[in-house]
Design a protein around this ligand. Structure first.
Ligand code: ATP
Length: 929
């Protein structure tokens, strides 16, 4: 290859026609090795020379545009129009304050949006693609962005192709290229070169970045990276861009538009009534109407809802639940059923072979984990593996039909690859085999990889004496059907299915995974391995019992879900008995049998619907069964979260209300369609995510309940004054001051509200329940009325006692702000009392914002510049005490109202009705809050 300068990009397919060249030619051109890949140094050099394998980020809206967009909102237009008219009428201060209020709102919105975007960017980075490359002959996991031209990459079903690759080897390698070609049918790939003029869709020997392996295995050499790939050239972005919205946020946005229209209408009619009917001057009336509009517009609402969501989503990410689609946050709160995989999610996925069943005997294996220390025991006595050659033969088969490796790194034994296969490597060392030696003595010629659909793996190997063997391992029922004999010592006995089924049943009943191992001799001329080759004529070497202990935290999480009214169902590919035994340990489906995939197939949809509401453990299922199970659960009105990892789980994940993919063992295909990705594959993380989801939804509701009465209270004060022809207790500028200090400081604290301690003791939220329930409307009206009574009452009282208008207004403004500060404490819980350590001090932001708000209000009352702008006056201590009394008045009545609702709902609903979610009184679901 010609040396290229640093600036010169590597060639693309269009220039080099990689698809028209033989593999050897591509290898030579790219100075690589089709078996060992690049050296680490060469890869680093190429990375430095050509840059990372990453598409340029989509052009972001510039900061200026983002700032200007903050003004693009009908509520803001109304405020700006009022400001202009106020200016034209020479009300300079009002005009300036209106402009300032709009500007403050825009700055807050701008900063919050920035934070929200940062939070979502961080999440996107967590999901960045990883891939398996071969460098210096070693398989290593690297970030896809570190791939360089010439790298050798291995692929398996479910992988997303990380760069453009020239196929080197392929085994039933089918790829979905819909993202590039729009064609949803999968395409088979193979190493043979194609004519240079072949169109993109027919270049069978090229794999395109961003497409998905739907089945099979293969290896390929990277021929193009980053924007030189086909995908890069048509500039399709790989990352999903998260929309910063959810149904609730949209509902609120629609609500504020509706509100704006209503406010506009009321303002206009008030103006004309005042001018034409009551004979006020247009100038005076205009300023009243502006005060009315300014007081009722909740301009800060959408921005704070977004930040609450983004903060919540970031908090979830730090707890390993990565939300890919924001609406899932809300759905999580309504989930009634979680369908979970077993292996790795409910269990640790740390496999250890504990039992070996050969034709004649049952051995126990000592030792735990992957440490190859321990030995064989027979009826409690130690036995030497040498005395039982059938053990070595079985262990050898387990190592050859195996893609995992066992390594001693930094003092610990680690498995690279599938844990089930890792356990077989450990077993082989325990019985005295040398892993590398065995693999060199009998190299692999071909293989049928493990897929959960067919539940076995087979390899074709040869020794150096001209013999060829097929080694098989897999689910016992699957392998038994292929075996005509079984090995007993040196004898081969005709297969006795009943005997072996019984042995499987007994092993699985102890909660162990069962794996059968078999062998078939084939002719020395056989070059490849197909399904027909293993259809019969195999010899069963034995059965392994593998333990995979349940995760300790999963038991607690299952119990948590039960108290939260969420049923946990285990859907696994494992044996029914193993699943039932593990389920019983975790508290899932106790005392009930497990239903198997074949039983599911015999049921029609209606029968399945009935069965799923009764049973909790489903075993030997395939992805197609998962899809039917989700459908059946949804048909009976459940809101389903479903976990999955394989490429074929994608339809079930898509269909579920919340699709949850595994971050560690999950395929890219599953992650791509999931709503949530679990970084640690742990079931406890799902229940944690439900807790957070419920908490976030609560925070938003609390925020709305906090925010709207502020506007409601102010609007009532102004309306009452207009109606009764009193002097306005609050001028437009003063109303805006209140909105600024309360929404920019106080409200923000609720975005940091942690989920309440009893959030998992309530039934799931009814997704149909409207946001503005009667309870919400009542609470809104009540608090608005309280604020009005307090502020207006004090204002009129002060006027009555002879206070000047400016003093009385200063008191009224301070009273509203004080009431807001106290009401913030009420708002921490929707129905629970706040008189507790947790209630008063559980969120330190609450006290920080109350402090900030108090300082601002002190400045408003006691500093000359603000006095000049807002016509405020200094207040005496006695006046401050009266202001404080108004705050306490609102606080006390709001707490009393909660207590009354709690009592009424307790009397109306027995607790179990509330638990099961069948309660009818609307506020029952609010009961615990
Ligand atoms: P879950 O769906 O809970 O993750 P699982 O991992 O136990 O379940 P599968 O991976 O589909 O389910 O495995 C099903 C069965 O296939 C196992 O019980 C085992 O007998 C067999 N099996 C698992 N892994 C392998 C493998 N690497 N090679 C051959 N057979 C395997």
């Amino acid at each position: 290859m010609i040396e290229r300068t640093t600036l010169e990009p590597p060639p693309t397919d269009e220039q080099e026609h990689w698809h028209g060249r033989a593999v050897a030619e591509v290898v030579a051109c790219l100075h690589t090795d089709p078996r060992r890949g690049l050296t680490v140094e060469e890869a680093a050099r190429r990375l430095a020379q050509h840059g990372p394998n990453r598409l340029p980020s989509p052009a972001r809206r510039s900061a200026w545009v983002r700032f200007l967009l903050q003004f693009h909102n009908v509520l803001i237009y109304m405020m700006l129009a009022s400001a202009v008219v106020a200016g034209l009428l020479s009300h300079w201060i009002d005009a300036a304050v209106l402009f300032a209020a709009v500007a403050v709102n825009a700055v807050i919105g701008f900063l919050q949006e920035g934070k929200a975007e940062e939070a979502l960017d961080a999440i996107r980075n967590l999901l960045s693609l990883r891939t398996t490359a071969i460098r210096q002959g070693e398989r290593i996991q690297i970030a896809a962005k570190d791939l360089v031209q010439g790298d050798l990459v291995t692929l398996a079903s479910g992988d997303k192709i990380p760069a453009d690759l020239r196929v080197v080897s392929a085994k039933s390698l089918f790829v979905n290229e819909a993202i590039l070609t729009g064609e949803s049918a999968v395409v088979e790939k193979s190493p043979a070169a194609v004519p240079i003029e072949a169109p993109l869709g027919d270049r069978r020997c090229l794999l395109y970045s961003g497409t998905l392996v739907s089945s099979g295995q293969g290896t390929g050499i990277v021929v193009a990276t980053a924007s030189r790939t086909e995908l890069g050239r048509i500039s399709v972005m790989l990352e999903d861009v998260q929309e910063m919205t959810t149904p609730l946020v949209r509902q609120m946005a629609a609500f504020s538009r509706w509100l704006a229209a209503a406010i506009g209408l009321i303002a206009v009619s008030t103006f004309f009534t005042g001018v034409l009917w009551r004979g006020h001057s247009a100038d005076d009336m205009f300023m009243m109407v502006v005060a009315l509009a300014a007081s009722s517009i909740p301009e800060g609402l959408p921005a704070i809802m977004t930040i609450t969501l983004a903060l919540g989503v970031r908090r979830m990410a730090t707890r390993n639940a990565i939300v890919r689609r924001l609406p899932a946050v809300e759905t999580l709160g309504s989930v009634t059923v979680i369908c979970s995989d077993k292996t790795g999610t409910l269990t640790k996925n740390e496999m250890t072979v504990q039992s070996i069943l050969t034709g004649k005997l049952t051995f126990d294996v000592s030792g735990a984990g992957y440490v190859p220390e321990g030995g064989l025991h027979l009826d409690g006595a130690v036995v030497s593996p040498g005395a039982h050659p059938e053990i070595a033969e079985l262990a050898r088969a387990g190592v050859l039909c195996n893609d995992a490796s066992l390594r001693h790194v930094n003092g610990t034994w680690q498995v690279e690859g599938d844990p089930t296969e890792g356990a077989l490597c450990t077993l082989a060392v325990k019985v005295g085999l040398d892993l590398l030696g065995e693999r060199e003595n009998r190299p692999r010629v071909d293989a049928i990889p493990f897929e959960s659909e067919h539940r076995f793996m087979a390899t074709l190997n040869h020794d150096h004496e001209g013999n060829r063997f097929i080694y098989l391992k897999g689910a016992p029922e699957r392998l038994f059907g292929m075996c005509t004999t079984y090995r007993a010592g040196s004898l081969e006995i005709p297969m006795d299915r009943a005997l072996w089924d019984e042995r499987v049943q007994a092993t699985a009943g102890r909660g162990m995974r069962t794996l059968a191992i078999a062998l078939k001799r084939v002719s020395a001329t056989q070059l490849d391995l197909r399904f027909e080759d293993v259809d019969g004529g195999c010899t069963l070497l034995g059965l392994l019992g593998i333990i995979d202990p349940p995760r300790e935290e999963a038991t607690a999480a299952v119990a948590d879900c039960a108290s939260a009214g969420i049923r946990v169902k285990m859907i696994t590919g494992d044996h029914a008995e193993t699943a039932r035994a593990i389920g019983a340990r975790l508290g899932i489906g106790q005392d009930k049998p497990a239903m198997t995939g074949s039983q599911i197939e015999q049921l029609d949809d209606e029968q399945l619907r009935l069965a799923v509401s009764d049973l909790d453990v489903f075993a030997r299922t395939s992805p197609a069964h998962k899809l039917r199970l989700v459908g059946a659960l949804q048909a009976s009105g459940q809101i389903v979260a479903m976990t999955g990892d394989g490429v074929n789980d994608a339809p079930a994940l898509k269909r579920a209300d919340v699709g949850v993919a595994m971050g560690l063992k999950g395929t890219d295909a599953a992650k791509e369609v999931a709503d949530v990705v679990l970084a640690d594959d742990n079931f406890a993380t799902i229940s944690g995510a439900v807790r957070e989801g419920r908490g976030i939804y609560d925070s938003i509701r609390k925020f709305i309940l906090f925010m709207l009465p502020t506007n409601g209270g102010e609007a009532l004060v102004v309306t009452a004054a207009i109606l009764f022809e009193w002097t306005l207790p609050l001028t437009a500028a003063q109303v805006l001051w209140i909105n600024m200090v309360t929404s920019s400081t106080l409200g923000l604290a609720l975005a940091f509200e942690p989920p309440e301690s009893d959030v998992m003791e309530r039934p799931p939220r009814d997704p149909q329940a409207p946001l503005l329930s009667w309870f919400f409307v009542w609470r809104l009206a009540m608090v608005s009325a309280l604020m009005m009574t307090g502020a207006l009452g004090l204002f009129l009282w002060e006027l009555d006692r002879g206070a000047g208008i400016e003093r009385a207004r200063t008191i009224a403004v301070s009273a509203v702000v004080m009431a807001e500060m106290w009401y913030l404490l009420n708002s921490r819980y929707i129905l629970r009392p706040v008189f507790s350590r947790e209630g008063l001090f559980g969120n330190s932001y609450v006290w920080m914002v109350i402090g900030a708000c108090a300082l601002l209000q002190l400045a408003y009352v006691h500093t000359a510049p603000l006095q000049a702008v807002f016509h405020s006056t200094d207040l005496s201590l006695a006046e401050w005490v009266r202001v404080l009394v108004v705050g306490l008045f609102v606080f006390t009545i709001a707490e009393t109202e909660k207590a009354i609702i709690r009592r009424v709902s307790r009397q109306q609903a027995p607790p179990q009705a509330a638990r099961s979610g069948t309660a009818s009184f609307p506020s029952q679901r609010e009961h615990h809050r």
